[in-house]
Design a protein around this ligand. Structure first.
Ligand SMILES: C[S@@+](CC[C@H](N)C(=O)[O-])C[C@H]1O[C@@H](n2cnc3c(N)ncnc32)[C@H](O)[C@@H]1O
Length: 203
């Protein structure tokens, strides 16, 4: 797809194997939130799904999953990975900054590492996608880089007030906490923010 509105050439990153975020392991933080908050299996959407590890984990947990990414190569890898599991996941190649108008809403929306890229390119587009794909009661979990990280490496970083200002515009903030992304081998990775949001009629 044309890359005019996207922050970098993601296909090239996947082609080169330059994908340090791709641990191959389901997100520990996503599993924690779903378990602790009893998020019920229903329609789930993953934004920026990469090679599909977390979409597959959601399907394994009984969610009916749609997963979106702008990289055709990442989606090919995701489809191949999912084929051996037998789970039926809907994979969509699209720009998450311009997605979801008219779509049936999802009960759970998950984003690991996409919002912190999109906010630098088209935050309004990304936020309008979030409103397109949710309804009252929908819950959203967004994992982003944390500006308190002391090392040089890692994902784009966000400050807590920025999260509150940007994501709190249309959603209630249920919880924001610092966590560590998980690198291959279940090793602690870069510092992140885990933000759980809920859509309700007061917003
Ligand atoms: C840091 S990677 C994370 C991938 C996956 N969530 C994971 O945890 O392995 C960010 C992903 O978002 C995708 N992405 C970035 N900007 C996007 C956009 N505007 N629309 C759709 N996907 C996007 C990239 O192709 C990439 O797969």
């Amino acid at each position: 797809m044309p890359n005019v509105n996207i922050d970098r050439d993601w296909d090239a990153r996947y082609d080169a194997g330059d994908t340090p975020w791709d641990s191959g392991l389901p997100s520990r933080e996503m599993r924690r939130i779903i378990d602790e908050r009893d998020i019920p299996p229903g329609r789930a959407l993953e934004l920026g799904c990469g090679t599909g590890t977390n979409a597959i984990e959601l399907a394994r947990r009984g969610f009916t999953v749609t997963a979106v990414d702008c990289s055709s190569l990442a989606l090919k890898l995701a489809r191949d990975k999912a084929a051996s599991t037998g789970f039926d996941i809907e994979w969509i190649e699209a720009d998450v900054q311009n997605f979801g108008e008219g779509i049936d809403p999802f009960g759970f929306v998950f984003d690991r590492g996409c919002y912190h890229c999109c906010r630098r390119v088209d935050l309004d587009g990304y936020l309008s996608t979030l409103t397109n794909v949710t309804q009252d009661g929908s819950q959203l979990l967004i994992l982003a880089g944390n500006a308190d990280e002391q090392t040089e490496h890692g994902p784009p970083r966000v400050k807590e007030p920025e999260l509150r200002n940007e994501l709190g515009r249309f959603f209630s903030i249920v919880e924001i906490r610092a966590f560590r992304f998980m690198d291959p081998g279940e090793v602690d990775g870069p510092l992140g923010w885990s933000t759980l949001l809920k859509r309700n009629s007061s917003k």
